[in-house]
Design a protein around this ligand. Structure first.
Ligand code: GDP
Ligand code: MG
Length: 192
């Protein structure tokens, strides 16, 4: 039996081609690494129900599915998104340098309020690292992003990235509702 949903959030996975976005989505949904021998065309959606702070939340996750190679990620892709994973590859400074452009697009085309978690993917390739943890965490702090290093290969921090982002969105919703309740006299069950 499916649980009753409390929320449905649209999530995006953005960042340069090759950073592991499709693999992160696959690892989150299937709990295993998407290996290259499987040459199917990228799926454009994935969805999963998670339980966060006692709420059932369905994440409907949009993958760029290769569009980013042609810099043709469309406005409709961004529209209505509540959260995003902004992905770079820790072994590629080029993908890190592109973050500012992705961030500008997300904030302009999705919403000023979109909750973004920065993911330094391919954490398992530490020997080839070109971007330090410290540098990226400073960037995250300056740009009000959450931050994790992930590995779609080992699965490390993959679930955490989606869940932390969803939790932050829920917190924002709750504090907005409480603000409205304080002004408008709305009460919550359990608050009495
Ligand atoms: P996308 O273009 O951003 O969707 O990237 P893909 O998910 O297609 O991955 C690009 C390449 O990086 C593929 O060869 C993957 O096997 C590889 N890859 C993705 N994530 C990881 C990871 O966490 N660790 C390692 N070692 N390789 C990864
Ligand atoms: Mg892809």
């Amino acid at each position: 039996v499916l649980p009753l949903l409390d929320f449905l959030f649209k999530f995006l996975v953005i960042g340069n081609a090759g950073t592991g976005k499709s693999c992160l989505l696959h690892q989150f949904i299937e709990k295993r690494f998407k290996d290259d021998s499987n040459h199917t065309i990228g799926v454009e959606f994935g969805s999963k129900i998670i339980n966060v702070v006692n709420k059932y939340v369905k994440l409907q996750i949009w993958d760029t599915a290769g569009q980013e190679r042609f810099r043709s990620v469309t406005r409709s892709y961004y529209r209505g998104a509540a959260g995003a994973l902004l992905v770079y590859d820790i072994t590629s400074r080029e993908t890190y340098n592109a973050l500012t452009n992705w961030l500008t697009d997300a904030r302009m085309l999705a919403s000023q309020n979109i909750v973004i978690i920065l993911c330094g993917n391919k954490k398992d390739l530490d020997a080839d690292r070109e971007v330090t943890f410290l540098e990226a965490s400073r960037f995250a702090q300056e740009n009000e992003l959450m931050f994790l290093e992930t590995s779609a290969l080992t699965g490390e921090n993959v679930e955490e990235a989606f869940v932390q982002c969803a939790r932050k969105i829920l917190n924002k919703i709750e504090s907005e509702l409480e603000g409205k309740a304080a002004k408008g006299g709305i009460g919550f069950g359990g608050d009495q």
